[in-house]
Write a protein that binds this ligand. Structure first.
Ligand code: PLP
Length: 395
């Protein structure tokens, strides 16, 4: 029996030019973003300007993590303590975590077979809860039908904050993910589309929101040094009203990220080539359902998901174990016990208990796999073959 032997958690090396930029920051000793020599612009400020240009947004704030960007976004939008925030039931722990940390109460919305937010349930919950915020998690890079979704939140006058941790570089009908709501959050943590170990970004076109966000991030009174900020008068109130939440990015990480952004387009193609190869193979296996990818979506497939029939816990676990014994690491979202990076909404006990039958049924059927770029196309072909063989045995 063929086996696969590469690690699923190994990313590519940081590019040479990024390493050189990092060394240069280290040699300068000026790692803090506000520690600049005379007439020098900090790496962090340059990075913010470059990312804003890439994203096509007016403003950008670099933060210490994606989760920090989400907390700051919610607070900068005016979230009040105890206020409800809608979010996807199928997402990862930093999302409800950010809502809770910002003082909000996470209310989960059902997920459909395409692994996107269920618009009918969203409609009902917007009506029932009167929630004014939707933290929209583009989980595993699947984009909901964005035109319908925006029309729906507009109907209720609710604001969308996009969690683009898995959609940096993705588009819906030619418009970049992250440009559909009032603000968007990105992560540059090691397993995302750019790698600075930890790190995050917040983008928006809103002057007041960005001014508040900059102060919240811990800018002291040095916000003039930011790379993609509104005019100084936008800070007039925010500088007194917003607490300093010390969530800044530093120059070392920014220096590592700037050269990586230049490679993003190329990497998107590399991810998508690998994805399509596996999608093509798995979609031909009877019993496996691939999430539908609409034509309007330009995805960035840094991971792959597929659905099996309703098997029950025992068979799902046996399938994961069989794949693992041949070197293929699948994650199963149906597990009641939080494991590794995955946990299910019903294990987030700080949120009120909620019943989401549709999501549970979907999660019981979803298997998920990272696609690290160290994997070659041949690697991906072998992985798909192993998954298909083990699937047939269990099915
Ligand atoms: C990684 C991730 C984030 C943000 O993560 P940080 O580790 O805080 O940078 C947010 N949402 C999702 C879905 C994620 O996977």
């Amino acid at each position: 029996m063929k086996k696969f032997s590469k690690p699923f958690t190994q990313q590519e090396a940081i590019p040479e030019d990024a390493i050189r930029a990092a060394v240069s920051v280290l040699e300068s000793g000026r790692l803090h973003r506000y520690n600049t020599a005379k007439s020098e612009t900090a790496e962090t400020a340059l990075w913010e300007a470059e990312y804003a240009a890439y994203q096509g947004s007016k403003y950008c704030l670099a933060t210490s993590s994606g989760g920090a960007a989400m907390q700051i976004a919610l607070r900068a939008c005016g979230l009040k303590h105890g206020e409800k925030v809608l979010t996807n039931a199928f997402t990862l722990a930093p999302v409800p975590g950010a809502i809770a940390a910002a003082g909000g109460v996470p209310i989960f919305v059902e997920t459909n077979e395409n692994l996107t937010i269920d618009l009918n349930d969203l409609d009902e919950k917007l009506a029932d809860t009167g929630a004014k915020f939707l933290m929209l998690s583009h989980m595993r890079g699947h984009l909901a039908p964005m035109d319908e979704l925006v029309a729906l939140t507009d109907k209720y006058d609710a604001k969308i904050i996009e969690d683009c941790a898995h959609t940096m570089g993705a588009e819906w009908r030619g418009k970049k993910s992250g440009n559909f709501g009032i603000a968007a959050c990105f992560s540059t943590q090691t397993y995302k589309h750019l790698n600075s170990g930890e790190g995050g970004l917040l983008t928006t076109d809103d002057d007041e929101l960005m001014a508040r966000a900059v102060i919240l991030s811990g800018s002291y009174m040095l916000y003039e040094k930011h790379g993609a900020r509104p005019d100084m008068d936008a800070f007039a109130e925010a500088r007194f009203e917003m607490p300093n939440c010390s969530s800044r990015m530093d120059n070392l990480r920014a220096a590592i990220l700037r050269p990586q952004l230049k490679q993003l387009e190329e990497n998107i193609e590399r991810w998508n080539t690998r994805y399509r190869l596996m999608e093509d193979y798995l979609s031909k296996v009877e019993g496996i359902t691939m999430p539908h990818r609409p034509n309007e979506e330009r995805y960035v497939a840094s991971s792959i998901q597929f659905l099996t029939p309703e098997w029950g816990d025992e068979r799902c676990r046996a399938f994961v174990a069989a794949c693992l014994s041949r070197g293929v690491e699948l994650k199963w979202f149906g597990d009641k016990n939080p494991v590794g990076f995955t946990s299910r909404f019903d294990s987030w006990r700080y949120a009120p208990e909620q019943k989401l039958d549709k999501t549970i049924t979907i999660l019981n059927r979803v298997f998920d796999m990272r696609i690290p770029l160290i994997f070659t196309k041949d690697d991906c072909a072998l992985i798909a073959e192993i998954i298909a063989e083990e699937f047939k045995k269990v099915a």
